[in-house]
Design a protein around this ligand. Structure first.
Ligand code: FES
Length: 115
């Protein structure tokens, strides 16, 4: 899946907040920061809390609601160790729709090959 997918209407995510969406087989957290939208993995890599339910601060970092790990919603970096990061996704607004693009799926090892 490499096309943009509509996840919500503009206005569904209040400024300074986030929300979680299922896009394809992924859970994506989308944040409204000053009217610009940013998308990262929704599942916290620590223990799987929903980052979309976390609090977004003025620097653009979301705080995980369970144990307070913080991630930059603009580039996915873990604020405590910027060498590590979670996935980010392209977001656009088309008309009144917020759309997200997931990376192309990689073939599973279970899928038959052409050989
Ligand atoms: S689950 Fe996110 S910090 Fe623990």
């Amino acid at each position: 899946m490499s096309d943009f997918v509509t996840v919500a209407k503009v206005g569904a995510i209040p400024e300074g907040q986030g929300a979680s969406f299922t896009v394809g087989e992924s859970l994506v957290a989308i944040f409204n920061r000053g009217g610009n939208y940013f998308a990262i993995d929704d599942l916290c890599p620590h223990m799987g809390a929903s980052l979309g339910a976390g609090e977004l601060d003025e620097e653009g970092a979301v705080t995980c609601p369970w144990h307070a790990w913080r991630f930059d919603v603009c580039n996915g970096t873990w604020c405590d160790n910027p060498r590590l990061s979670i996935n980010t996704y392209a977001v656009r607004v088309e008309g009144d729709e917020i759309q997200v693009r997931l990376p192309p799926e990689t073939p599973s090892e279970d899928e038959p090959s052409d050989e």
